[in-house]
Write a protein that binds this ligand. Structure first.
Ligand SMILES: Nc1ccn([C@@H]2O[C@H](COP(=O)(O)OP(=O)(O)OP(=O)(O)O)[C@@H](O)[C@H]2O)c(=O)n1
Ligand SMILES: C[C@](O)(CO)[C@H](O)COP(=O)(O)O
Length: 255
């Protein structure tokens, strides 16, 4: 068979958008969180590798702090990444949802499945990424990895911002067995996520994750098992844990 008569390869239809434009205020002073080192490598590079580790992911869009777009591009160019994957860098916005929207806007028409993954979750295993993609491909418009809770959760009447020491009255104790802590990557049919952003707006009216915006449109959202190592690096202790997990991986399997 000549080259010309070979069937065209299937279109590469899945992209990952990585919002990485946050400052990392809760982690403490320093460079933007995504650029801070984990095991000597920027946290963002770990997150990019985690997405590109899935053979289904053809494109990774990194949403960078606007002042660091060139630095992020240089980082991607100077670290070993799979050749089969394309990488774009776009400037982010003032909120996570705004940054996600800017990442969505950069997707080429061929993409029909989108993962949204926090740069702040650098250690998500590829099996979790693939489980999310598989569930979207199987027909779910929105898929979220999640874990049961270890702590009991109270709903409160939040204290006033100018009275940080005041006790907070408890309003309710939701049944823990019905609660889940959600992670990323969250996976979506592209049209579902774009519709949610168009409908709910860039501020998300308090939505703290993309799936929450999709829920507000009435589309179904389903959960698949998350992974303990997909935790979010938010506060300094999380970075200590991430360093320990990475050191264990490197000792066990040369990660
Ligand atoms: N304007 C923003 C805010 C957040 N994010 C990204 O959204 C993810 C989850 O946000 P979070 O962990 O809250 O990161 P930060 O906003 O950086 O943290 P903090 O709230 O402590 O400043 C991170 O990868 C972060 O870079 C973003 O792309 N654009
Ligand atoms: C999207 C998320 O990681 C799901 O748990 C989380 O809601 C992000 O919250 P953040 O305050 O922006 O870190």
């Amino acid at each position: 068979m000549s080259d010309d008569s070979r069937p065209a390869p299937p279109p590469a239809r899945t992209a990952a958008v990585i919002p990485a434009a946050g400052r990392g205020v809760r982690l403490g002073p320093g460079a933007p969180k995504a650029l801070r080192p984990l095991g000597g490598t920027p946290m963002l590079i770990h997150a990019v590798r985690a997405m590109a580790a899935s053979r289904a992911v053809a494109l990774v869009v990194v949403v960078a702090p606007p002042a660091e777009v060139a630095e992020v591009r240089a980082l991607l160019d100077s670290h070993a990444l799979p050749e089969r994957t394309e990488f774009l860098v776009v400037p982010g916005g003032g909120t996570r949802q705004e940054s996600v929207r800017l990442g969505l806007d950069a997707l080429p028409p061929r993409i029909d499945t989108v993962l949204v993954h926090d740069a702040a979750r650098p250690l998500v295993p590829v099996d979790t990424v693939d489980a999310v993609i598989d569930a979207v491909r199987a027909g779910a418009p929105a898929v979220v990895p999640a874990l049961p809770l270890a702590d009991t959760v109270k709903e409160v009447e939040p204290r006033a911002a100018d009275r940080p020491g005041d006790p907070e009255p408890v309003v309710a104790t939701p049944e823990r067995a019905r609660l889940r802590a959600v992670q990323t990557p969250q996976g979506f049919r592209r049209d579902t996520l774009v519709h949610a952003h168009d409908t709910v707006g860039v501020d998300g009216e308090g939505a703290t994750d993309c799936a929450g915006m999709v829920e507000r449109t009435g589309a179904p959202v389903v959960l698949v098992p998350g992974h303990e190592e997909a935790f979010k690096v938010t506060r300094p202790l999380d970075l200590v844990l991430a360093e320990a997990v990475l050191a264990r991986r490197r000792a066990n399997d040369g990660y």
